[in-house]
Design a protein around this ligand. Structure first.
Ligand SMILES: NC(=O)c1ccc[n+]([C@@H]2O[C@H](COP(=O)([O-])OP(=O)(O)OC[C@H]3O[C@@H](n4cnc5c(N)ncnc54)[C@H](OP(=O)(O)O)[C@@H]3O)[C@@H](O)[C@H]2O)c1
Length: 344
């Protein structure tokens, strides 16, 4: 079996921390794991004893695989350099997802897109990820004509500073103080719901988060004809994104058949028992790799539409777990580069 030299870039962040843990938990065949972060963190010793390295032309040499979660700017600058130095890069940022030459892959949904990669692979946006896992079996069986999605996204999706902001504002409000000036979000997040998760670039009336879901859904399912309408909201929840999904299929599909399809699909746990209030919740999903699906029911206003409630841990399947799963598929298919067998 090959054993790889693996770089984790953004190792001190919300996703990077979980990525390091997942590589160990899933026993990825790593001969060595090297954490990277910004200059600010260089030299810091992480739990587990690894020392954070700065990104330099010297430190990035000799890797087989690099898992990036350090933001789009860092990916744009450093991911191609890792590739030039011989590594395969799985990138969590939005930097390369729209490039038609770069595969955008969910492990259970379109692993075949990894074949023929050119060194760079994009991990989808966290909200899109769980949507794709839930919709793939429906798309494959009945086709999808139109989607209407509303998200309820946790603050860990924005990173460690957002978790700190929610925690601090919550503490202040509970102690009878004003929440203080927000720094990460445009409004206070504690005890609030923000109806536009993400940013509104260049006068757009949709947020970048909403645009990502519309674009990435079509690319991953390989179906440009799907109509998609998205509203992304940020809620004061630490972990797990929740989504209300209205899916209009091309062929008829009953809620019963949809439930069976979803039960049989990889990476999904169905929790759907209205009589006992059985449906997925953010807290119940946190810490689990699966995508949880419930509230599977007919949309009473349309004979070919179903409603679903889909919840998943954004730091796990939404980011770190999928990145490590992609590394596993790359390994299984012998797609980790020329040096892959060198340390076998
Ligand atoms: N959070 C999620 O659920 C999620 C899901 C999917 C994708 N993503 C994507 O993953 C990326 C990271 O997100 P996150 O939530 O983990 O953010 P985060 O908690 O803010 O962590 C950012 C990480 O990037 C590092 N970094 C920042 N600037 C750097 C630079 N110039 N050079 C090297 N490293 C640098 C930071 O290092 P320091 O500690 O030294 O500053 C830290 O390790 C983003 O692109 C995000 O869009 C996040």
């Amino acid at each position: 079996m090959s054993r790889y030299r693996v770089a984790v870039v953004g190792a001190t962040g919300a996703v990077g921390t979980v990525m390091l843990r997942k590589l160990g938990e899933r026993k990825f065949p790593a001969a060595e794991i090297v954490p990277f972060a910004s200059e600010r963190s260089a030299g810091r010793v992480l739990d587990g004893g690894l020392t954070v390295q700065p990104l330099t032309e010297e430190t990035i040499q000799g890797f087989d695989l690099a898992l990036f979660s350090a933001g789009a700017t860092t990916s744009g600058e450093w991911a191609p350099r890792f590739v030039s130095a011989g590594a395969v890069v799985v990138d969590n940022s939005s930097r390369f997802r729209r490039d038609p030459e770069i595969p955008l892959v969910v492990a259970e949904v379109n692993p075949e897109a990894l074949d023929g990669h050119r060194g760079l692979i994009a991990n989808p946006n966290c909200s899109t990820m769980q949507l794709m896992v839930a919709l793939k079996p429906i798309h494959a069986t009945a086709g999808i004509e139109r989607l209407i999605v509303s998200t309820y996204q946790s603050v860990s999706g924005t990173g460690v500073k957002a978790v700190a902001e929610l925690t601090e504002q919550t503490r202040r409000v509970l102690e009878g103080e004003p929440p203080g000036e927000p720094a990460v979000y445009p409004h206070p997040i504690a005890f609030n719901v923000l109806g536009g998760a993400g940013n509104f670039p260049d006068g757009d009336d949709h947020t970048d988060e909403e645009r990502k879901m519309m674009f990435e859904t079509r690319k991953i399912l390989g179906d440009d004809a799907i109509g998609i309408s998205v509203t992304c909201a940020r809620v004061p929840v630490i972990a797990s994104h929740s989504e209300s999904i209205n899916v209009q299929t091309r062929e008829p599909l009953s809620p019963e058949d949809a439930r069976e399809l979803l039960r049989a699909a990889p990476g999904i746990t169905v929790v759907d028992d209205p009589a006992t209030h059985g449906y997925p919740t953010a807290i119940a999903a946190a810490g689990h790799d699966d995508v949880f699906v419930g509230r599977i029911r007919r949309d009473p206003s349309h004979e070919r539409a179903l409603n679903l409630w889909v919840v998943s841990d954004n730091l796990l399947k939404g980011a770190a777990t999928n990145a490590v799963q992609l590394a596993e598929v790359l390994d299984a298919r012998g797609l980790i580069g020329a040096r892959a067998g060198a340390t076998a």
